[in-house]
Write a protein that binds this ligand. Structure first.
Ligand code: NDP
Length: 452
């Protein structure tokens, strides 16, 4: 047997062990499989990575915090939600990763997101470890006062576990500027500290960084542009199908337009909108960010160029590019087959793990440039780390400076993934490139710091 096949067998054993230890956590197992399945070449080439216990430690969170979140609605009724913070790996810096408020949140979902975050954060080249948190609280339809009371109760427990040098949460699904404001206020009240660097995604004027709201979507488009450049193409004149209509989707659509491409869709859990003229991002912001409405309202107001399709699959809409920007496993094998039939050239994952493993395989086999989330959506956490740097220095950078840094970071991530894939005999395979490059950085730090 070759070294590589011995390694493959060892990794397969490890995966079986991980399945036994983490039953009923399908999303975490999916994420662990996706990474470990690509590591055989690097573990075979670098014997130190085969050291017993290294990968076992990598797949086990350093700490997992679960807590009760009781709160009262506007009618005085008591609700009890569950809070999570998974502090996965701090070899490269304080745990860093968002908070998700969505009814589908459970420990397995938070662990998948935290695991992905380790490699994503490593790819940025910045000093941040990996973590993630959230709650099964559903903010949809809740008043501002209810959201505030929930956030205050959530932070009343979470504050014990976070800090600018320890663990620095940010937003994710269901957690935007409003929620970060309430969370920060409660942290400040309980601790009696102005500790700006404890949360990122803060408002402008009280420690937030310019371009942080835009960063994930902008970064995902920059990653798509880099993949196209590699193939001698650019974004000019390309059409794009974008899913979601939240933070990532909105700024993906905005950046596509700025670079000469045209996003013709957006969606939410009720259905999708096709807009032949291209999505009007200012109208979408008004409906979603200001009025907290749904995408059907966007279609009603937009006029004849747009129509709302209830339910259905946004991936049925033909386009040159696809940028899934809603949630995990939203793009399955059938959707991937449709995209390929419609001639898609590149897929850039703005969301975390939106494409199923079967979809990724199909897209790659068809020669589509595929940017995995841990590389393509790393712009958000990268600018969060820049927000921490500004907070630490008690300064704020101009939008132009932050955007320039973001563009550099995204280009560097693209180059790193591309070159790493070539080095390990998988040219053009950004999944392998991202996993191995992220793994190498974290694994080296873990080995240097001993068995902890
Ligand atoms: P938002 O809450 O702002 O928006 C989420 C969007 O996705 C909404 O349109 C929502 O529709 C839709 N959506 C969520 N869940 C589902 C579902 N189960 N089925 C269909 N649609 C769904 O979140 P973000 O834009 O911040 O996050 C989107 C994705 O990007 C997530 O995967 C997140 O982890 C990832 N990401 C976000 C980063 C950030 O900086 N915000 C950084 C890196 C990754 P509805 O309102 O109907 O639920």
């Amino acid at each position: 047997m070759t070294t590589r096949s011995v390694t493959r067998t060892t990794l397969d054993h490890l995966l079986t062990e991980i399945e036994h230890r983490n039953p009923a956590q399908p999303e975490f197992l999916q994420a662990a499989h996706e990474v470990l399945e690509t590591l055989a070449p690097v573990v075979a080439a670098r014997p130190e990575y085969a050291e017993p216990g290294l990968i076992e430690r990598l797949v086990e969170p350093e700490r997992q915090v679960l807590f009760r979140v009781p709160w009262q609605d506007d009618k005085g009724r008591v609700h009890v939600n569950r809070g999570f913070r998974v502090e996965f790996n701090s070899a490269l810096g304080p745990y860093k990763g968002g908070l998700r408020f969505h009814p589908s949140v459970n420990l397995g979902v938070i662990k998948f997101l935290g695991f992905e975050q380790i490699f994503k954060n490593a790819l940025t080249g910045l000093g941040i470890g990996g973590g993630k948190g959230g709650s099964d609280f559903d903010p949809h339809g809740r008043s501002d006062a209810e959201v505030m009371r929930f956030c205050q109760s959530f932070m009343t427990e979470l504050h014990r576990h976070i800090g600018e040098h320890t663990d620095v949460p940010a937003g994710d699904i269901g957690v935007g500027g409003r929620e970060i404001g309430y969370l920060f206020g409660q942290y400040r009240r309980i601790t009696n500290r102005w500790e700006a660097g404890v949360l990122t995604g803060k408002g402008q004027g009280w420690g937030g960084s310019l371009i942080r709201p835009e960063a994930t979507g902008y970064g995902s488009v920059l990653f798509a542009a880099a993949m196209l450049r590699e193939r001698g193409e650019d974004l000019e004149g390309q059409t794009a199908v974008v899913s979601g209509s939240g933070n990532v989707a909105i700024y993906t659509i905005e950046k596509l337009a700025a670079l000469g491409a045209n996003a013709v869709t957006c969606s939410d859990s009720s259905g999708y909108v096709v807009d032949e003229k291209g999505v009007d991002v200012e109208l979408l912001k008004q409906v979603k960010e200001v009025e907290r409405g749904r995408v059907d309202t966007y279609a009603e107001r937009r006029g004849s160029s747009a129509r709302f399709v209830p339910g259905g699959s946004v991936w049925d809409v033909p386009a040159d590019l696809a940028l899934p920007s809603a949630t995990q496993n939203e793009l399955d094998e059938n959707a991937a087959a449709t995209l390929v039939r419609n001639g898609v050239k590149a897929v850039s994952e703005g969301a975390n793990m939106p494409a199923t493993p079967e979809a990724v395989h199909l897209l790659q086999k068809a020669g589509v440039a595929f940017g995995p989330g841990k590389a393509a959506n790393a712009g958000g956490v990268a600018v969060s780390a820049l927000e921490m740097a500004q907070n630490h220095a008690r300064t704020s950078w101009t939008a132009a400076k932050v955007e320039e840094e973001l563009a550099d970071i995204m280009n560097n991530i693209h180059t790193t993934c591309h070159e790493t894939a070539e080095r390990y005999d998988a040219p053009g395979d950004y999944v392998t490139g991202a996993n191995i490059a992220g793994f190498e950085r974290v694994a080296d730090a873990m080995l240097a710091q001993g068995v902890i």
